[in-house]
Design a protein around this ligand. Structure first.
Ligand code: HEC
Ligand code: HEC
Length: 369
């Protein structure tokens, strides 16, 4: 049922990039058909292409206009123009592919980030400050080997469901409509947001920005995000691969009753600390390729952080969601504030009201053309 373009195992043969062909049911347009001047990153969907741009920016610690002409910030067309850094980036793509193929048996052992680490010119000399300073916290992007035998993943999840209110009220919550505010990283103002969610896995988020509405939907089957031209190169961007799985997971976890079925291969990691609170790491996986990291507050049992990964041709892109301010709605504790951090942005949503078990018009989950 999963439709995805193969993006790992991206090898350079001669001078062409070889990707497995899209599945027949893959309806997303390949990026090179949509954009004007794609020479290397061919055969991926537009959402994966944009995720790759986010990965570039994060790896070099630069804005989009570092590799694109200044005029591109007001015009998607102008992103097609080349500048020297963009041309270097193309060469770097070819270089990374050649290194992987020549020295690592085609495994993705290095990415832009391995060398650049958030800078445009990779450092040559080891930093004493880094050597003797505190190490940055490590987010596992691979499966952890099981932590201590107790508690088990099952026990942590059971405690979570219990802390949320228990099986009975959780099962009775089948839909909700929420209202509040959304604060994006590039907008100084809080914007009104509406969320429509229906069990087991439909969810639409509408943010009323100054430039128009941005709408992200998982319909129960497909996912997309619709946004005005200031925010997106495409009016309706279909989510594919891991981005689609991420949207499905967000929709499913709106109704935590089914959390054990939402992920597979549960395992428990070692305890840690987030914002001064003891947490327990539990990992699950969508399809066995990458972990989804869930951190539960050891005391309250509540979910405080989720980290998931989306593959792109150049590396894994993490998304982190931090949940806070749990309040009770129809006997179920729900987070009223959460912050989503991804490679090229961060947003905070704060709810002011949640109406449980209301009828939601099916049109709310229908694709806008
Ligand atoms: C490190 C350099 C780099 C950064 C930073 C970067 N890009 Fe790119 N971008 C490229 C390269 C290289 C291409 C062409 C890829 C190819 O030829 O396969 C490209 C192509 C594009 C295109 C396709 C344009 C067309 O019509 O052909 C768009 C759109 C785009 N980038 C948007 C962005 C956005 C938005 C950002 C910031 C989030 C960004 N880029 C950051 C290097 C970069
Ligand atoms: C093996 C290490 C390594 C990897 C991996 C790597 N780079 Fe580089 N990159 C370098 C070095 C070293 C330089 C600086 C070259 C110089 O000083 O002229 C550089 C320079 C650049 C520049 C030009 C910066 C400037 O100021 O001149 C861009 C753009 C760039 N890299 C993008 C990328 C992208 C995009 C990727 C991933 C596809 C990547 N690099 C992966 C080592 C690497």
């Amino acid at each position: 049922m999963r439709t995805r373009l193969r993006t790992i195992g991206l090898f350079l043969l001669g001078s062409s990039w070889i990707y497995a062909q899209p599945q027949p049911e893959q309806k997303a347009l390949p990026a090179e058909k949509y954009f004007k001047n794609v020479q290397v990153l061919k055969g991926i969907s537009v959402d994966e292409f944009m995720a790759t741009m986010g990965f570039f920016s994060a790896s070099l610690g630069e804005n989009c206009t570092y590799c694109h002409v200044p005029e591109s910030s007001g015009s998607w067309e102008r992103y097609a123009d080349d500048n020297p850094n963009k041309q270097t980036a193309r060469k770097m793509l070819v270089m990374v592919s050649a290194i992987s193929r020549t020295y690592f048996g085609g495994q993705r052992a290095i990415t832009c980030y391995s060398c650049h680490r958030g800078g445009d010119r990779p450092k040559i000399t080891p930093s004493l400050a880094e050597l003797y300073g505190p190490p940055p916290p490590d987010e596992p992007d691979t499966f952890v080997t099981d932590g201590p035998p107790s508690p088990t993943a099952d026990q942590v999840l059971d405690k979570y469901l219990q802390s949320l209110g228990g099986a009975q009220p959780l099962a009775a919550l089948t839909s909700f409509v929420a209202k509040g505010t959304y604060k994006g990283f590039s907008d100084p103002d809080k914007r009104p947001v509406e969320i429509y969610a229906k069990a087991p896995n439909q969810r639409t988020t509408i943010v009323h920005t100054a430039g128009g509405d941005t709408i992200t939907t998982f319909s129960g089957h497909d996912g997309w995000s619709a946004a005005p031209a200031v925010y997106s190169p495409m009016p309706v961007l279909d989510l594919t691969g891991d981005n689609l799985d991420g949207a499905r997971l967000d929709a499913e976890l709106s109704f935590p009753f089914g959390i054990k079925q939402a992920l597979k291969q549960w395992r428990v990691g070692y305890p840690g600390v987030i914002d001064g609170h003891d947490v327990q790491l539990v990992q699950g996986s969508i399809d066995g390729r990458y972990p989804v990291n869930l951190y539960f507050d050891s005391k309250s049992g509540l979910l405080v952080r989720l980290v998931r990964y989306a593959d792109s041709p150049v590396g894994l892109a993490p998304t982190q969601i931090d949940y806070a301010d749990y309040r009770e709605v129809a006997g179920v504790k729900m987070p009223f504030r959460w912050t989503v951090s991804w490679l090229d942005g961060r947003s905070t949503t704060e709810l002011s009201e949640v109406q449980p078990n209301v009828t939601i018009d099916a049109a709310k989950f229908a694709r806008r053309q």
